[in-house]
Ligand binder design. Structure first.
Ligand code: SME
Length: 158
């Protein structure tokens, strides 16, 4: 496995298209899902310099903070709470252009302005979410939804 990530410039689609095969290669020989989630966060942070990127994993009826990159964050989120808990409950990708306009948004850091959350599904059940935060408004769109979804689906969650 090559440990060096090739960082490209270009538009969002070009950046994701460069990153996808690299993440695929990065996690191909590793079957520990925590290790793979950790490297996915690091690769996304390195390429896009997202303010915060991380996983929350369903444990005993709550989302619990998993591997992430960025400032310290809230550790537990109840079903239906915030963007993460809503994505979990609705089993839907949620794109929030302005977090202050999202009812119940959980502010782990006041610098976070927009957010995308993707549910991770296994056998039809949500087993966690990927949460990406930006310190700018309106940072996420359908391209992020499509490619981040492909990235989380590269991981075998055991
Ligand atoms: N803002 C999220 C909470 C997680 S942090 O952003 C890392 C939410 O409303 O669910």
């Amino acid at each position: 496995m090559a440990e060096d990530l090739k960082i490209v410039s270009g538009n969002k689609k070009e950046q994701y298209l460069s990153l996808l095969p690299q993440i695929s290669a990065l996690i191909a020989d590793e079957n520990d899902e925590i290790a793979n989630m950790a490297n996915v966060c690091a690769a996304l942070k390195e390429q896009f310099n997202f303010f915060w990127v991380g996983f929350y994993l369903v444990k005993n009826g709550e989302l619990v903070l998993g591997p992430f990159q960025g400032p310290v964050a809230c550790t537990r989120i109840k079903p239906g709470r915030g963007v993460c808990g809503s994505s979990w409950e609705q089993k839907k990708i949620l794109i929030v252009p302005d977090v202050e306009a999202f009812p119940g948004h959980i502010s782990c850091n006041s610098a976070s302005k927009s957010e995308i959350v993707l549910p991770i599904l296994k056998n039809g059940n949500v087993i966690g979410v990927l949460d990406v935060d930006s310190n700018e408004l309106d940072s996420f769109d359908e391209f992020d939804a499509i490619y981040l979804n492909q990235i989380i689906n590269l991981i075998d969650y055991g």
